[in-house]
Design a protein around this ligand. Structure first.
Ligand SMILES: [Zn+2]
Length: 230
């Protein structure tokens, strides 16, 4: 990062080491852009959001998984374009404007298309409650009309306690949950047991993907459709 002209990060405490580095290494030439800041979300603007706050929640405060909500990505694009453009100009690429404009417009169009497609495909399941692996999906769920009833790993870094599992079992019964979604980054054993015990279907949602945001989002929409579909 010492040689970066521009650092893009999510913010809201998601990347504590990145934020600490930027704070400790101020630079006149480096441009720092945070997703949260660019679209005006901070712990203060969202003092307490809707998603479940379990005891010892790993992400206390607003859900930082901003990229899982296409509406927020749409808001980010013009801000990101401005920063990239400013960085290119100060690096001497004075004629970068039209190309950056065109790229941003194309990106926005593609994100909007994915958003519309996802909404259309998920509309039949509006209001359904799901259980997720870690607390990454409140924004995705809200955007697409789903509801997160419980989270299996409220503390992202540790295996669920029996108490958490009991709470999830209760939430599944009370809120009529018919699907549990595991994430490839975590051990699925507890979720698998839970799905057997509660007689609930198991799907996979991937909050990170492999670098292709569009594929990741489409796969996640597919995963929900597959679990709820006929
Ligand atoms: Zn997370």
């Amino acid at each position: 990062m010492a040689q970066a002209d521009m650092v893009f990060y999510v913010g809201l405490g998601l990347e504590t080491q990145v934020e600490a580095y930027l704070r400790d290494h101020p630079s006149k030439t480096r441009r720092d852009i945070s997703f949260a800041q660019a679209i005006g979300i901070s712990a203060a603007t969202e003092a307490h959001d809707d998603h479940e706050h379990e005891e010892g929640h790993a992400h206390a405060g607003p859900d930082p998984h901003l990229w899982l909500d296409p509406a927020l990505v749409e808001r980010l694009i013009p801000k990101l374009k401005e920063s990239v453009l400013a960085a290119l100009k100060s690096a001497g690429a004075a004629d970068a404007g039209p190309a950056a404009e065109a790229a941003a417009t194309k990106l926005l169009t593609d994100v909007q298309a994915l958003d519309t497609e996802g909404k259309d495909r998920l509309a039949p399941f509006a209001g359904r409650a799901i259980v997720t692996h870690h607390a990454a999906w409140s924004r995705f769920a809200e955007h697409f009309g789903l509801k997160v009833a419980a989270v299996i790993r409220p503390i992202e870094t540790s295996e669920p306690t029996p108490e958490t599992i009991n709470k999830a079992v209760a939430a599944i019964r009370e809120q009529n949950v018919t699907a549990i979604f595991v994430e490839p980054q975590f051990n699925a054993a507890a979720a698998e047991r839970l799905s057997k015990e509660a007689g609930v279907k198991l799907g996979t949602l991937d909050p990170l993907g492999n670098g292709d945001w569009f594929k990741m989002m489409r796969d996640n929409v597919d995963a929900v459709v597959r679990v709820f579909g006929p």
